[in-house]
Design a protein around this ligand. Sequence first.
Ligand SMILES: NC(=O)c1ccc[n+]([C@@H]2O[C@H](COP(=O)([O-])OP(=O)(O)OC[C@H]3O[C@@H](n4cnc5c(N)ncnc54)[C@H](OP(=O)(O)O)[C@@H]3O)[C@@H](O)[C@H]2O)c1
Length: 287
Amino acid sequence: MAGAKVAVFGGRRGMLGQALTRALERSKAVALPLSSQDFDPLDARALESFLDRQKPDMAFNAAAYTAVDQAEDEPQAAYRLNRDLPALLGRLCAERGVRLLHFSTDFVFDGRGHEPLRPGDPTGPLSVYGASKLAGEEALRGLPGVTVARTAWLYGPGRTNFVTKILELAKTRESLNVVHDQEGSPTYTPDLAALALALAASKVDGVLHLANSGRATWCELAAEAVHLAGLPCRVQPIPSSAWPSKAARPAFSVLDTSAFTEATGVTPRPWNQALRDYVFGDLGLGV
Ligand SMILES: NC(=O)c1ccc[n+]([C@@H]2O[C@H](COP(=O)([O-])OP(=O)(O)OC[C@H]3O[C@@H](n4cnc5c(N)ncnc54)[C@H](OP(=O)(O)O)[C@@H]3O)[C@@H](O)[C@H]2O)c1
């Protein structure tokens, strides 16, 4: 990626976007991180003017409506960001020969399977958020120079996330109850950013899955983070029915990343190794 100019939508304040910006800078690419404060990317004229002025070689779209429960009450806002933005970006990038790497989610699946999910497996979103992200994928389907990277269960520097929330609570509580009947692919954003750069370099079109390897429930992820941080808090498993949320979430959404590995030769490391780097390195906790 050295020397390439890459626009990163969500790249200034988003959790994944910030990791992408850092990874690009480390690889000696020219990152153009963007925020909603710079201009409204759904304003076609503003977006066209940005693309024509900056002439990026690639665009990474990590801007999204990510408030999963709130989306149930704000479907228009969710579809605006998650369907209409990739649709516009896809069209304008294709017209200019700019490659686009767009991020999507494991929440496009219904969670009824038991085997790690491959990119071609049937979708069936359970929530407005999942349906709006799937609509974004569909808007990009078949466009030349477009890659859709589905990822899952993100944590990393730069933004409050599941791991930071659990560790904050664990500092003051003797025990925490955490859902143990949803299983997924916890993924560290700096790892994901490195995988995304490998994918971008491979110039593969279509949908791929990118995540740390292995699988965990929310309870297992929380327990490992609390253990690594050396906190005495007990993490107790509970069913989702004991933790009601507005949006339904898939019970099983572990992602199979083998198509990514076939395309790039890169194997994602296990989630628990990545979690160690986050807890010890970024958060400065543990022994
Ligand atoms: N978080 C997860 O666990 C998870 C799991 C699976 C997939 N994903 C996908 O991964 C991607 C990145 O997620 P994330 O967790 O990094 O998201 P995030 O931290 O919530 O960041 C989303 C970014 O979207 C930008 N944005 C929101 N509204 C905007 C608007 N109207 N105009 C322009 N930009 C706007 C925001 O930029 P400003 O701050 O500048 O407004 C924000 O930085 C998304 O596509 C998401 O669907 C996330």
